[in-house]
Design a protein around this ligand. Sequence first.
Ligand code: FCB
Length: 439
Amino acid sequence: MANDPRFPAGFLWGAATSAHQVEGGNRRNDWWRFEQRPGVVRGGRGSGDACGHYGRFDADFALAAADGHNAHRLSLEWSRIEPDRGRIDACAVAHYHDVFASLKRHRIVPVVTLHHFTNPLWIADAGGWESRATVDRYADFVRFCAREFGGEVDWWCTVNEPEVFAFRGWSEGIWPPGVRDDSRALEVIANQLEAHGRAFHVLHAEDRADADGDGIAARVGFAKHYVQLEALRAWHPLDRLQALLERRVFVEAIEQATSEGVVDLSIPGAKRVKRVLPELEGALDYYGLNYYTRWRVRSLAAVPHVATPGALLNDLGWEVWPDGLRRALLAAGRFGKPVLVTENGVADAHDTIRPGALLAFAGAMHAAIAQGVDVRGYLHWSLLDNFEWSDGWHGRFGLYAVDPGDPALTRTRRRSAEVLARLARANAITDAVREAAAH
Ligand code: FCB
């Protein structure tokens, strides 16, 4: 394998998106409402029409298919499907059937996320993810989706980055609901993990239809934000201790929940959350890995995370460190489950760093496979420049550029799209890939 440039047969190549970031007009969720508050979104421009993907999905999938993508990650917008508690919107359901039919026509396998940060207003207003009742409501939604879309979907991703969702919304307070309370953040993580466990069993019970004919009707995982956390000053005991504590809650506790069925979350100054949840034990068919960067941790500082001094940074100031992907894959591989890269990308409006980074990320993935990790695919974040949450339109992650100020929302192909296209078509790191990355 080490000298063979190929990836395993059947490797999935494609892009990842989420509904609120690309669809446009998602007015009935908590993010839309939050965006209306002054100062919460950098630059002041909210999601608005986003990329207009709700109406243009077919043309967008045609771009992906022309680039050789054979997989695509998207999320179902709960607030569209169930705008009020218990009321299913038939138009929204028909829309997502059209989306899956379009993907099928383009020979693209869907990887479907059931919760990607946004919540219907009726959920947010009934206590949101601090309330355990939300776990029940979410399980009902998952059951509906499994029955309705199970014939079109095999790859399910239950929740996206429970730890990012919780810390941004309930600890840093920069995402909805804008709370700053670590104890409440830990409760939210626990509820999301519990929701994952419930969803795992619901999906296996309800989705018995094998959409792609490989003999498996449902593959269920979550997407874990795998951030590399290392002490800024390796010699400094407090930096090291803080990095260790952060790794513990941010990475290890999440993994432990699904391997052992025990949720045990603590951070200094917050109320510990401990739950024994047998339904979580082993509740993972694949490990969905989102990898972007490494943060250096410094103790007793107002800004506790900084980039490695002198490192290559993307437009958002995140270090571009491809070997971190190899390491993350090795760590994820320890669980003995297949790993799917559910997100990886670079915010780079001018596409100067991304082509080379993509090649390096592919190399890192290839090296991890050679080291024995069962990696099933790579979904690049993202197909299009999109609404980047509190960073607004400042993080440009697209293989295709989209200017939200352009009334036509034109898609402009970046060189990175060609790099990924060559990787996908050859299913290997060839000279043609290197050439596209170098120009
Ligand atoms: C991840 C999110 C995704 C996107 C990327 C850049 O944490 O899952 O929605 O914002 O970061």
